[in-house]
Ligand binder design. Sequence first.
Ligand SMILES: *Cc1c(COP(=O)(O)O)cnc(C)c1O
Length: 401
Amino acid sequence: MRNVLPWREPAPAAGTMGEPLTRGRFGAYGGRYAPESLVEACRQVDEAFREAWADPGFRGALARLLAVHAGRPTPLTPARRLSEALGVELYLKREDLTHTGSHKINNVLGQALLATRMGRRRLIAETGAGQHGVATATAAALLGLEATVFMGERDIERQALNVFRMRMLGAEVVPVTTGSRTLKDATSEAMRHWVGATGDSHYCIGSVVGPDPYPWLVREFQRVIGDEARAQCAAELPAGVPDHVVACVGGGSNAAGTFAGFADTPARLVGVEAEGGAGAARGRLGVLHGSRSLFLQDDDGQIVEAHSVAAGLDYPGVGPEHAHLRDLGRARYVTVTDDEAIAAAVRLARTEGILPALESAHALAWVIRAAGDGELAAGSTVLMTLSGRGDKDVSTLKELL
Ligand SMILES: *Cc1c(COP(=O)(O)O)cnc(C)c1O
């Protein structure tokens, strides 16, 4: 894709986790690297989103959908037995309790409502394991929209149950046969398809990635996690604000939404990546899927495929705002292995009666490790976003345990 927006030196930094700078830049990252027809489509999404986000009517309609359909607000659960064992005070923000079982519903309900406001009748989405595809199909059914979901052929084979779910919900699932036949190629294909369908379709991207305004727009739709958690911490924690705020990072949407609620507090922000998908911790500067960010690359600058037992963390890059937060030192990015995540999932199930998604188990695995090696001081308070429930992972776990 041609870079149609000439790069300029960044203007002075905006307030942390505020609105991005002109042209959707977060420091040196972000931007709108897309073919001309998509640049215009992105501009329209940007304009519609700004207008909608400033409209109390839109905000109210979204808040109501989140309440009556998705089950918000989600609780803040103290993990009592595990906290005692670890010597820290661990609180879980329960996105696993939302309808469809993960935080993805927050973003898709926002985007589906925005699409309706823009007069679009169809949602286009990419999906890896199928979680974002199922959430998009759900939102489309709820609002009477069509949904077309691009999914790599290999993922279709591996995730047959979610493919069936999407079809049950009335969505069309389009197999992608190019490249690695997984999420990266499904995303490229969805964007390519949008080029020819911008008039009647909205591209509903699943994380804080892609061309401007998506990284910002998705973070704003996910900030409900952080805003709720901030108020819940204020009511329930003696200090009002936790010492640490922890979330797993694939593209980075549940982490960005969580961090947004605490960016202006002294809380330390920690993003936990999969060892085999560590875009923020180990990526190099590059451009993919419409934005400039950190991606896993080989010596020739080719994107390297990510590998993780958690399908939602199987993305070779990270959203541009996380790259910026890393550079600023405002957030720290760490990695855990598949084995650590699996052990953490089992431990949470047995101590708290909660089987987490393997993605969320990565965040917990870091908390367990950091409490053990003293990186988390005894008695410190930790807020961790539990991004999703583990039902989708039982067959994976059954094979591995
Ligand atoms: C998709 C997914 C993730 C990763 O996506 P982010 O955009 O990084 O939040 C994490 N947890 C669950 C349960 C998911 O479904």
